[in-house]
Design a protein around this ligand. Structure first.
Ligand code: SF4
Length: 707
């Protein structure tokens, strides 16, 4: 038996794992005691990870060879890699020649490794020449990216996991780490036991397991986070709990924000948010006056039509109180996916370029052209469609070909009716996937089998900017190949078809990583002092890494803005994009379960992970159910302006009245002919981050009228 160190492929905590195997079959997995994210611990998903690579899963659930469909709706037929690569390259070239490069879109994933991201980025922008590349990370953390950039000048989460142990007050906002980031929650629990007087404040419309642990739970009305932050800041200013010397020395824009929050007296904020005024005063005092205050936040802030404003409103609290740049203090956005951060670094998104460059700047495109050895005129030179925009463009017929990798938009994107119409309208849909039975696979003209966890080499970056190696322990299942290699082989054919030298020719994951590393030189995320050998010898490292790792940013009080000063962002409170009405009286949120991951293509193959919750349900407060004479377990219809679905009802005191909650994980494979929760969610998005509002949709809930 052998052991191979790697990284868990599920969440953004990025725990180290030791894979036990015989060179052909993975037989077990345990936590890596030397990995600084988890020190040997694993959550339920991680503990059962090896079961997702069982012989049954490898044979029956993995996509093992390339397939094509002669026509839509036909049964897929196997073909060789050579034929698949040639045909796909020819069809992309034909669409490019007829409609131009911008008729091709690429929709990729935070599950991909940094090297895969880099390969896709070059394929899109340098080989095909389209700006339309975006990632499903758009759905989970793009508001955090823009929030950091607006407030602090760079997309650089300033904190580290060790800050959880060093904080005296932790404010968790729009996150449930007990279920979504379990190992960080264990660290938080342990820290509370070690620090007498520790304060935990949780802001969440739901009473989650994280909220159960809190000293103070602010159970706000959905979507009112900005109003609450403004009320908290008003209280801090009124009671002189702010840090004037920090504001004076290290920030700008405080006067405008002070004017904005002048009218947000805690009584008003309490009324808007639906929480006791006294709790706002208490939270403000704890956060501002604790020696070190840390905030942890995730989708509850990000997945909103005012997601960026929610992020910056929270960062305002840190800047006003000087709770940043010190041990245990700072705004710490948690990433959902294992390599959402790597996607940000490598710029594999419509609004980013490699090395935290900006597609709105011509000079940044010129630098990328030099780094990639291509003529700047060959690159698109502008930002492309973000996730929702890309599917809208495909539905209008502007995008003719979609190349989708490692994600399942026919389940995970909001407003499924539009997304599926877009997939149907495309002339060409290529799906690059490890798993055979996703909802998106039905729309694919070509299915390309991708290697996955335990079978491929590369790197990922977790929430604390820590780069970890992902290593192959066993050969890829069937004929599946590393994602970057699939991309490279088709890129070579496209370049040959255009009669030019290869623009993506790397032979190894390390070679791709070295190209990515060079793009960070002189940037805030500079890792030019880090080598593949150092990662292998010394283990995971945080960026920036020039002369050695830096664990905490902005310790000098100088920020990444042009002036070196952090910016207070004064944005008024805006309610969600749609409001509840008499016709649609409930605000619906999507949520994550403790033991499942995304659309379940991996976690759904492990029966024991259904022990925690075995079926999809809509959760409702018992008072709301009683008013409608709905009983526990009854089938109810959940209906919005966009669609409907039928689910069993679960009564739950922890859901606020007039609210409803449906887990994001189930799709049609699990609910018959349904489309999962995204049948009813909305595509409205934040104007700054383009992140859709998955945490608020107005719905009706009524007895199901079944035949
Ligand atoms: Fe994997 Fe996240 Fe669990 Fe760690 S906390 S074992 S990274 S799922």
């Amino acid at each position: 038996m052998s052991e191979t160190r790697s990284t868990c492929p599920y969440c953004g905590v990025g725990c180290g794992v030791v894979i036990e195997h015989d060179g052909q079959q993975i037989t077990g997995v345990r936590g890596d005691p030397e990995h600084p994210a988890n020190f040997g611990r694993l959550c339920t998903k991680g503990t059962n990870l090896h079961l997702t690579a069982s012989p049954v899963v490898l044979q029956h659930q993995r996509l093992r060879e390339p397939f094509k469909r002669a026509t839509r709706g036909a049964a897929p037929q196997a073909l060789t890699w050579d034929d698949a690569n040639r045909e796909i390259a020819d069809r992309l070239l034909a669409i490019r020649a007829t409609h131009g490069p911008e008729a091709i879109g690429l929709y990729i994933s935070g599950q991909l490794l940094t090297e895969d991201y880099h390969a896709f980025n070059k394929l899109a922008r340098a080989v095909i020449g389209t700006p339309h590349i975006d990632s499903n990370s758009r759905l989970c953390m793009s508001s955090a990216v823009v929030g950091y950039k607006q407030s602090l000048g760079a997309d650089a989460p300033p904190c580290s996991y060790e800050d959880i142990e060093q904080a005296d007050c932790v404010l968790v906002s729009g996150a449930n780490p007990a279920w979504a980031h379990p190992i960080l929650f264990r660290r938080l629990e342990a820290a509370r036991a070690q620090r007498p007087g520790h304060k935990l404040i949780v802001i969440d419309p739901r009473r989650t397991e994280t909220a159960e642990l809190a000293d103070l739970h602010l159970q706000i009305r959905p979507g009112t986070d900005v109003a609450l932050c403004h009320g908290l800041l008003h209280a801090m200013i009124r009671r002189s709990w702010t840090a004037p010397s920090f504001i004076e020395a290290h920030t700008e824009g405080f006067d405008a924000l002070k004017t904005l929050v002048h009218d947000w007296i805690p009584a008003r904020a309490a009324q808007v948010c639906g929480v006791p005024e006294s709790d706002i005063w208490r939270a403000a005092e704890w956060f501002a006056t604790s020696p070190a205050s840390l905030s942890l936040y995730c989708q509850g802030l990000n997945q909103s039509s005012s997601g960026t404003a929610k992020n910056t409103a929270l960062i305002n609290l840190h800047l006003a109180t000087g709770q940043i740049g010190r041990a245990g203090a700072g705004p710490f956005s948690l990433t959902g996916q294992p390599n959402a951060m790597g996607g940000r670094e490598s710029g594999g998104m419509a609004t980013l370029l490699p090395g935290h460059r900006d597609p709105a700047r011509a000079g940044d495109w010129a630098e990328i052209a030099r780094l990639w050895g291509v003529d700047a005129a060959d690159l698109p030179g502008h930002r492309g469609h973000t996730a929702v925009e890309m599917f809208e463009a495909a539905a209008r017929g502007e995008i003719k070909a979609l190349w989708i990798a490692c994600t399942n938009p026919a389940q995970s994107m909001p407003d499924q009716a539009l997304v599926r119409a877009a997939l149907e309208r495309c002339e060409l849909v290529i799906l690059q996937e490890a798993f055979a039975h996703t909802a998106t696979a039905r729309y694919a003209d070509y299915l390309l089998p991708a290697a996955t966890w335990g079978e491929k080499e590369g790197t990922v970056t977790n929430s604390e900017r820590r780069i970890s190696r992902v290593r192959a322990a066993v050969p890829p299942a069937g004929q599946s190949r590393a994602d970057w290699r699939i991309v490279r082989d088709i890129a070579l054919r496209i370049d040959a078809g255009l009669g030019r030298a290869p623009r993506l020719a790397a032979q190894t994951a390390e070679a791709l990583w070295l190209e990515h590393r060079e793009a960070t030189r002189g940037r805030d995320l500079d890792i030019t002092g880090l080598s593949w050998a150092t990662l292998d010898r010394d283990g995971p490292q945080q960026w920036p890494y020039v002369d050695g790792a830096t664990s905490r940013l902005y310790t000098s009080g100088r920020f990444a803005t042009d002036t070196g000063r952090a910016r207070f962002i004064a944005r008024p409170y805006q309610p969600p994009a749609e409001d509840t009405t008499a016709q649609h009286p409930f605000s619906l949120t999507t949520s994550r379960l403790r033991d499942q991951w995304h659309g379940m293509s991996r976690s759904g193959s492990v029966p024991r992970l259904f022990a925690h919750q075995g079926r999809p349900q809509v959760r409702l407060h018992p008072d709301d159910a009683a008013r409608r004479e709905l009983a526990e377990g009854a089938l109810v219809q959940v209906r919005s302006a966009r669609g409907e679905l039928v689910l069993p009802l679960q009564l739950d005191q922890n859901v606020a009245t007039a609210c409803a909650d449906i887990p994001m994980h189930w799709g049609e494979e699990f609910i018959g002919a349904q489309r999962g929760v995204n049948a009813v969610t909305q595509g409205a998005f934040c104007p700054d981050s383009k992140q859709p509002e998955l945490k608020f949709s107005a719905v009706a809930i009524e007895p199901a009228d079944l035949p």
